[in-house]
Design a protein around this ligand. Structure first.
Ligand code: GLN
Ligand code: ZN
Length: 764
């Protein structure tokens, strides 16, 4: 029996973000299409060679993408929406980029993930990752045909280099389940789509491919009968259409879809054993013996080193009875490329980590041991064991004070002393605000100058004092301007923050940061998630000085501005040695400390942003109540230490609240600001029928677009809002922070917003 190593997909962006550089240089007209394609080909060659050298036996092809693999699939099958005026022949690179970015290619708004350009395809999060894909748009009467040769070309390209690859293809059912249909239920298009998929597979077989990795991540979701039937129909057709199929679900266990997956007539099945280790036993009972199993045993979603001995003993017996493939739980797209670049990382922490390259080495060592005996990989095993012991016992990770504090936490800590009605009275006495109070969400434009000053400070070209002076000038100017235009509740502007999570991570114990740990978020955009490695505490106040400086400039109230515990958690690589909720509670206590320090310094209002609360929802509905239970509790731990007359705001930059409204209500923030500008306040109907009792700031201006809204549009929206909610509970604000906008856009928009609020006050 033999064990071999597959990777399921390698990060595309390049060790030094070469793809980003090549893309942005092409988009800005500084290089040619040929330059771009040459850079992309160079990356593919390097990635195949690297994976091979690290010990991968089964190399993927078509895992590379110039922008997004779902968009690649749309191009492959010719699913091009009518507005692109496509000639129906082939999807060329410029059309491909137009679908990705719109013709003008306005950058999307960071932190929220909406494409700003109206003509691009819609972008949304890939399952529960921070990667965004371009949502396929399908219409009634949609036809499909092979319209891109990328998958065939990349297979041949590898073959010419001597690599027999396993092409990666997004499966037809997941593709349709991720698509948006206009006047058509996407799954109704399955028969037509299968014809094209069968053709694609036949062509790959003709080229010499013996296996295809067909990704069906939707197999880990809750499926209805029609979706199950679609899987049966699809694989009955495709199993014999070309190469053998390695059916590849990931991001969770098959759960109640195991029977379905095990019955599909494919030759191979991948199992995510990181998210769902318990599914191995039942899968072995159900999957036919001739089906090749691919076991996802190292974590493709996180950066921790695996414990090779543990895995070895778990797999040894099984490896003696059947051939196996060992793989990451999912494509390595979601982890940084190579730990070797992190020379500045604390070596103690670095030894606990494995990025994409290291994960392949782990798989190779494990495979060698299973094939040849444990001693064959002695060095790798002992290093892995030592790292595991060091990590389990490190004083850097375990802080008894944090544990003691959590143990002593009683349920009252997550509850405000008085109910909302009483708090509201107290807050009104402390803060005499007009009706329709105006405010903003926190950040003002992060101009090129602000970013330049930050970069110069990081490089040491300007010292702390000079940087501080610069930030103070910006902050003071922002406060003066807000006063001048008549905003009621001011913000300091967040000029000192590089990122709403990183800023806090850098000031909390328990977080580490990489220099080059980039992970693709969408297209050329990458993020460097903080690494939450240990118990979290707050050594000293993080924002109080900036708040105090801003408040000293004005008599109007300035909001304290914090990122909430759930958002900090969801945008970081988190510990795998304790449940997510335990880490979140620790962050919640640290934020609570900050809230209390802001209050003690005199802040009457503190905003705790939870931009990422919704995206942490588990993929399976059945797990939602548990997640929402602890997520809401963590927010409340952070928010509930204050006096009745201190007003807690929260902000969420999305509009899909229908299915989580009770949880939002349970957060019990005094004021919540949300995104509604695009949906004509529709959402407020849901808030009203749920009888949401607290105050709401429905965003009246869409900051994701450079368009400057007119006063009239905003009074119209406020009038609409008044149909759903009593006017004395409505705040007036934009729908997100303004950091991605230009001052030229922000100034007139906020002036009109204040005018709109004033008009509403006169009308009443
Ligand atoms: N306070 C943050 C800001 O204004 C909130 C950002 C967000 O919700 N994405 O930038
Ligand atoms: Zn927002």
């Amino acid at each position: 029996m033999t064990v071999s190593v597959a990777t399921l997909g390698f990060p595309r962006i390049g060790l030094r973000r070469e793809l980003k550089v090549a893309l942005e240089s092409y988009w800005s007209g500084k290089s040619t299409l040929a330059d771009l394609h040459a850079a992309a080909a160079g990356l593919r060659v390097a990635h195949w060679a690297r994976q091979k050298a690290l010990g991968a036996d089964i190399l993927p092809s078509n895992d590379f993408s110039l922008y997004d693999h779902v968009l690649d699939t749309s191009a492959l099958i010719g699913a091009v929406p009518a507005r692109y005026d496509w000639d129906g022949e082939t999807v060329d690179t410029d059309l491909y980029f137009a679908m990705a970015r719109g013709a003008q290619g306005d950058p999307a708004h960071a932190g929220c993930g909406h494409a700003a350009d109206t003509t691009a395809q819609e972008m949304t999060k890939w399952f529960d990752t921070n990667y965004h894909f371009l949502v396929p748009e399908l219409t009634a009467g949609q036809t499909f045909r092979i319209a891109s040769t990328k998958i065939f070309d990349e297979y041949d390209e590898a073959k010419a280099l001597g690599y027999q690859t396993r092409p990666v293809l997004l499966g037809p059912v997941s593709y349709l389940m991720l698509a948006k249909g206009k006047a058509v239920e996407p799954l109704a298009l399955l028969p037509a789509l299968l014809d094209t998929y069968a053709e694609i597979l036949a062509r790959l077989a003709k080229q010499g491919a013996d296996w295809v990795q067909i990704d069906e991540p939707c197999l880990v979701l809750d499926l209805d009968d029609a979706q199950r039937a679609a899987f049966e129909r699809a694989y009955a057709r495709l199993a014999t259409a070309g190469p053998r199929l390695m059916l590849t679900p990931y991001f969770g266990g098959l759960g109640d879809n195991l029977d379905l997956a095990a019955e599909l007539p494919v030759h191979g099945l991948h199992l995510d054993l990181v998210r769902a280790p318990e599914q191995l036993g039942p899968a072995l009972d159900k999957v036919r013996p001739h089906v090749l199993l691919s076991l996802g045993v190292v974590d493709g979603r996180n950066i921790w080193r695996a414990n090779l001995s543990d895995l070895y003993w778990r797999l040894k017996e099984l490896a003696a009875t059947r051939d196996l493939i060992l793989a990451p739980s999912c494509s390595l797209l979601h982890v940084p490329v190579d730990l070797a670049l992190e020379t500045a990382l604390d070596p103690e922490i670095a030894q606990w980590l494995a990025f994409a390259a290291q994960k392949i080495e782990e798989l190779a060592a494990l495979t060698k041991a299973l094939n040849e005996g444990e001693d064959a990989a002695f060095a790798a095993f002992s290093a892995s064991r030592m790292a595991a012991v060091a990590r389990a016992t490190s004083p850097r990770i375990h802080d008894p004070a944090v544990a003691a504090r959590l143990a002593a936490l009683d349920t009252d800590a997550a509850r405000r002393a008085a109910p909302f009605a009483a708090r509201r009275e107290a807050q009104r006495r402390r803060l005499p605000l007009p009706r329709y109070p105006t405010t903003t969400i926190g950040s003002f434009p992060q101009t090129a100058e602000v970013r330049k000053a930050r970069a110069a400070h990081i490089r040491g070209e300007i010292d702390d004092a000079a940087y501080d002076r610069y930030l103070k000038v910006e902050t003071r100017a922002a406060i003066k301007w807000q006063e001048e235009i008549g905003l009621d509740v001011l913000v300091h502007g967040e000029f000192e923050r590089n990122d709403m999570v990183q800023y806090f991570g850098e000031r909390l114990a328990g977080f580490a940061f990489t220099r080059s740990g980039w992970v693709q978020s969408y297209g050329s955009r990458c993020v460097r998630p903080p690494i939450l490695y240990g118990d979290v505490s707050r050594p000293r106040p993080m924002t109080v000085d900036w708040w105090r400086y801003a408040q000293d400039q004005t008599d109007r109230p300035v909001k304290g501005m914090l990122t909430g515990p759930v958002t900090i958690l969801n945008w970081s690589f988190v510990r795998d040695d304790q449940p997510r909720e335990a880490s979140c509670r620790q962050i919640a206590l640290a934020i609570r400390d900050e809230v209390l320090d802001l209050e003690a310094a005199g802040a009457a209002i503190v905003q705790i942003d939870e931009a990422a609360l919704r995206e942490g929802l588990p993929l399976r509905r059945g797990e939602w109540p548990h997640y929402l239970g602890w997520a809401v509790e963590c927010f409340r731990i952070a928010a509930s230490g204050v006096r009745d007359d201190t007003q807690i705001h929260t902000h969420m930059c999305y509009s899909e609240f229908n299915d989580i409204l009770p949880a939002i209500g349970a957060m019990d923030a005094d004021v919540i600001s949300i995104e509604t500008a695009r949906s004509q306040m529709e959402l407020l109907g849901a808030f009203a029928s749920y009888a949401y009792p607290n105050e709401i700031g429905p965003g009246v201006y869409d900051i994701h677009s450079p368009r400057i809204p007119a006063e009239r549009e905003m009074t119209d929206l406020l009038t609409l809002a008044g149909r759903h909610l009593p006017s004395d509970r409505i705040w007036v604000n934009p729908d997100c922070g303004l950091k991605t906008r230009k001052w030229d856009e922000v100034r007139p928009a906020l002036v009109s917003m204040v005018a709109a609020a004033q008009r509403m006050r006169i009308r009443e």
